[in-house]
Write a protein that binds this ligand. Structure first.
Ligand SMILES: [Zn+2]
Length: 112
């Protein structure tokens, strides 16, 4: 069981009371004209995510409390949450990068 604390309203509950929205801080390709975004950049934005062993930042929604989205840092090996922080708050640094391996995995199969 994952024990989660909403940093917005303070609600505490297990993962059934919250909704995980996947990796946090995924950057949208920067362009004022969508036609200028390359297919590869759009593909990376939509389908490619980090899949680390160790600390990982995720988006969560407080479903049974305030309904707001927030960010959390969770260790994918121990399943322990390391930090909860509001959207817009400073991003906490990842602890001990030594044990974490960073791999990028497409959500679905490669399209080419
Ligand atoms: Zn809440």
């Amino acid at each position: 069981m994952l024990l989660i604390t909403c940093p917005v309203c303070g609600a505490v509950g297990d993962e059934s009371e919250f909704h995980c929205g996947g990796e946090a801080h995924v950057k949208r390709p920067a362009s004022s004209k969508p036609g200028n975004v390359s297919d590869e950049s759009q593909y990376e934005y939509l389908y490619v995510r980090n899949n680390p062993r160790g600390p990982h930042r995720e988006m969560w929604q407080c479903v049974r409390g305030c309904g707001k989205w927030f960010n959390a840092m969770r260790d994918t090996l121990s399943l322990q949450f390391l930090a909860f922080y509001k959207i817009g708050d400073p991003i906490p640094p990842l602890p001990g990068k030594k044990s974490a391996t960073k791999t990028r995995t497409p959500i679905q199969g490669r399209r080419k």
